[in-house]
Structures are given as structure tokens and as C-alpha cells.
Design a protein around this ligand. Structure first.
Ligand code: PHE
Length: 470
């Protein structure tokens, strides 16, 4: 892990580490960590997934529940994960074990770290396929195919891509290779710099899209869909999806943030950095929604169209606006890079475990996990064509992977992290790491972890399973 990024440097002070021994490397600055964590958090979840699940779950009420989950559960859990990583200075599985032993609790807590690592791996198996769609659209946009495209043509173009497994596989293979190459080499200063311009660049492009959305004459309709809550549209499953997405979009319960947190210097505020990452992530998702829904309504498209939503709506916008081909290329390029900075953080915990515990060389670890990913990714590729009608519990392979990770493993992982951080780890340790003192803010965090998160997650689960009905 030492070469994770050019921004990681020798430690300033690792006296906080529970484990003594080898000096551990650290981020060079608070900003470096925020950028890396934001690079992990901002990805397909914000621009691809958030709009389409919001569309599927009826808009405003879903968004409200999602925002509540981010604020009340997601950000406090993020603080807990960074705290655990930084305190133990180890990969997620061993970090949980180390802190459990420090608190004289069962070493079985290790399995929670493990579940995260596996969850990250499973997510990545479909994440690379969707990232492949984005990369493919860079070239589609570049060919001028969006110019004056009609909604029907945009739908047919996307459908044509999905129907072709070889095409999907080629692009996702390219994404796997790029991701593993970067992870294998260590993310160099070049990529760090790329992230530096990517975030502002992505934001500017989304703002341009929002600007276009304003010109469609349906901006208010789109914004109302996004923000005016209609609770009659909210099903019990919607609440579970909103909760799961809060974890997904903040990169929680997957080893990613915990691993990145393990490089955070002692003197950096966990609270402030978590808030910064949470705000950036939420802003990108909401802006993406504001760019997409007005277009959906302006062209009479279906908000609940599913995973293809942005790939059908945005080309129409690019086809109409001045310099649309250029903006289209830039947008899908940025989306691809945003997806890759997330993909790196999804695989890093597994690779680090293979190198640290199994003594694999970094190259061998990358090839092994890359091959595993690729094979699992075939299931997602085929879900959109040959296996489209092969369903288990009414879900395709892709739907199942998505449901299993975002809606089951992540909330469950978050629940365990909350219990661990607030009931198992000693209060004093948490106080020390969070640096909030013992005042109201610390009490609020503790309340969120002790009661709000566990009770909230259990209720949402039971409700979704039909055991109780609210
Ligand atoms: N947060 C990323 C996104 O929104 C996905 C992700 C999940 C990344 C879990 C790392 C860990 O696209």
C-alpha cells in the first residue's frame, strides 16, 4: 500500500497507532486525503445511479429519505470508519481485529472488515461494466453521433450497445486493465494531479448541463420532481434503496474509506474531512439530478427508465447544445475518470490483503484479483443480453449483485461498524480520535452510532422484509 499515491509520504507522527512496529505511510496533507476520499466517493453512484434510482422511486420523497440517511447515518458512519482505520493503521479486516482485541472484545469482529472487502470486490464486478459504458460513450460522442439525435435514436443507440456482449466485454475489460494497471503501479503523482483537475472540471461540466436543463423550459418540473416530496410514492423498498445508496455513494462498508482513513495523519480532523467529502458527494448527485430530470420531462422520457437513464437523456442534450460534441466527449471522459478513481478504492483493500497477508507480490495480487473481477463481470455483461431472461428472485445477475451489495451487505456492514464504534470501542478512544471533546457534538455522534443508526437500519430491514410494516 505504500505506493498508493504520490501524496502519501512518511508519517509526521504515528504515536496514535495502536500497533507499534513498522512506520506507516501517510497522506501528505488534509487536502490530499479529501481529494482521494472524494475521488472514491464521487463516481458512477452520483451521476449514473442516483438519478436512475430517484426516477424509479418517484422523486422527492426518495431524495428526502436519502438526504436524511446521508446526514444522520452516512456521515457519522464515515467518521467511525476513518477513526477505526486511523487508530489501527491496518487494512480493514485486521483493523477491526486489532481494535477489538484492544477493547478486549471478540476477534470475530474481523469478519465485518472481511465482509467489506468482499462487498467492494462484488461491487467492482459490475462497476467496471458500467464504467465501460461511459468509456464507450466518449467515442460515441466524439464520432458526432449525438448531433440532433432524437429520443428514439438515443434509446436505440444505447439498446444496441447493451445487446452486444462482445462490445460490453471489450470496454469493461479495458476498464479492468486500466484499474489494475494503476493499482499495480501505485497511483502516481500524475493521477493525483488528474484528480485535482477532475473534480472541478466535472463540477463545471455538470453546471453547464444544468444550464442547458434550464433552457429546456422544464427546469421547474425537473426540480419539483427532485425536491417536492410525495410520500404516497415511497414504498418500503424505496427506503431500503435510499439507505443502501447512502452507503454506496459515500464508499462506506466496503473497506475503501477505512483503508484510506488508515493513512490519515493524527492531527487531521476526522469530523471536518468527513463533512467535506459528504457535502461534495451530495452536491454532485443533486446537480446531476437537476441536469437530467428537466431533459427527461422536456422530451417526454420515462424517469423510471432504469440504468440507461443518463445514457439516453444526456446525448439528447449534447445533440442540441452549442459545442455539444466537445462537451459530450469531455463529460463522458470525466465520468470515466471519476469511475476509475472509485474503482481503485474498491479493489485496493483486496489487493492490500493479498499482499500483506498472503505475501503476494503487488503484480500477482493485481492479476489475480483482476482475473476474478473479469470473470464475475461476465455475469453483468450477459445480464443485458443473453441472460436477460435468466432471473433469480425476479432479478438478473446484475440486479442481484447490486441488491446484495448496496441493499444488504452495506447496511449490514454499516450497522456492525456503528455498534463496534459506539459500544465496543471505549468512549475515551473515540473522543481522542474524533477530537470533538466530550461536548454536545461528540454526544450527537455517539447517539447517532449507538441508537439512531442501529435502530434505523434494523427497522428498514424488517420493514423491507415484510416482518413489520410502517
Ligand atoms: N462511491 C462510489 C460511487 O458513488 C462507489 C464506491 C462504493 C466506491 C464503495 C468505493 C467503495 O460511485
Amino acid at each position: 500500500m505504500s505506493d498508493l499515491t504520490g501524496a502519501i509520504t512518511a508519517p509526521a507522527d504515528d504515536s496514535s497507532a495502536v500497533v507499534t512496529g513498522k512506520k506507516r505511510l501517510q497522506w501528505s496533507s488534509r487536502m490530499a486525503f479529501i481529494l482521494a476520499a472524494a475521488g472514491s466517493a464521487v463516481g458512477l453512484g452520483n451521476i449514473w445511479k442516483f438519478p436512475y434510482i430517484t426516477g424509479e422511486h418517484g422523486g422527492g420523497a426518495f431524495v428526502l429519505v436519502y438526504l436524511a440517511c446521508i446526514l444522520l447515518i452516512g456521515i457519522p458512519v464515515m467518521m467511525a470508519e476513518i477513526m477505526i482505520g486511523r487508530r489501527a493503521q491496518k487494512n480493514p479486516a485486521e483493523a477491526m481485529e486489532t481494535l477489538a482485541l484492544e477493547a478486549k472484545a471478540s476477534r470475530l469482529w474481523k469478519s465485518v472488515g472481511w465482509m467489506g472487502v468482499i462487498c467492494g470486490f462484488l461491487i467492482l464486478s459490475f462497476y467496471t461494466v458500467i464504467a465501460g459504458w461511459a468509456v464507450s460513450y466518449v467515442f460515441t460522442a466524439g464520432s458526432g453521433a449525438f448531433v440532433d439525435i432524437t429520443p428514439d435514436q438515443a434509446g436505440a443507440m444505447f439498446g444496441g450497445m447493451l445487446a452486444d456482449p462482445i462490445r460490453l466485454l471489450s470496454w469493461s475489460t479495458l476498464v479492468v486493465i486500466i484499474t489494475m494497471y494503476i493499482v499495480g503501479r501505485g497511483v502516481n503523482a500524475g493521477l493525483e494531479k488528474a484528480v485535482n483537475f477532475l473534480m472541478p472540471g466535472l463540477l463545471v461540466l455538470i453546471l453547464i448541463m444544468v444550464g442547458y436543463a434550464m433552457s429546456t423550459g422544464h427546469f421547474i418540473e425537473g426540480v419539483e420532481f427532485l425536491f417536492a416530496p410525495d410520500f404516497s410514492k415511497l414504498s418500503t423498498e424505496s427506503v431500503l434503496v435510499a439507505l443502501g445508496h447512502a452507503f454506496f455513494t459515500l464508499s462506506l462498508a466496503s473497506g475503501a474509506i477505512m483503508t484510506y482513513g488508515s493513512y490519515l495523519p493524527k492531527n487531521t480532523s476526522i469530523v471536518k474531512t468527513s463533512m467535506a467529502v459528504g457535502i461534495v458527494d451530495t452536491a454532485v448527485a443533486l446537480l446531476a439530478g437537476m441536469a437530467i430530470f428537466p431533459i427527461v420531462f422536456a422530451y417526454g422520457l420515462e424517469p423510471g427508465a432504469g440504468p440507461g437513464l443518463i445514457f439516453v437523456t444526456l446525448p439528447i442534450a449534447f445533440g442540441q447544445m452549442p459545442f455539444g460534441t466537445l462537451f459530450g466527449v469531455l463529460f463522458f471522459l470525466m465520468l470515466s475518470i471519476a469511475a476509475i478513481t472509485s474503482a481503485i478504492s474498491l479493489i485496493e483493500p483486496a489487493v492490500s490483503w493479498l499482499t500483506e497477508k498472503r505475501q503476494f507480490s503487488r503484480l500477482k495480487a493485481c492479476i489475480t484479483s483482476g482475473l476474478g473481477l473479469w470473470v464475475l463481470g461476465l455475469g453483468t455483461v450477459l445480464s443485458f443480453n443473453a441472460w436477460e431472461n435468466h432471473k433469480l428472485f425476479g432479478k438478473t445477475f446484475f440486479d442481484l449483485m447490486d441488491f446484495l451489495t448496496a441493499n444488504l451487505m452495506m447496511p449490514l456492514g454499516g450497522l456492525c461498524v456503528a455498534i463496534f464504534a459506539a459500544w465496543v470501542i471505549k468512549s475515551k478512544v473515540a473522543e481522542e480520535e474524533l477530537g470533538l471533546g466530550t461536548g454536545l457534538l461528540f454526544k450527537a455522534w455517539q447517539f447517532a452510532m449507538r441508537y439512531l443508526t442501529p435502530v434505523g437500519i434494523v427497522i428498514v430491514f424488517l420493514n423491507a422484509l415484510g416482518v413489520i410494516s410502517l
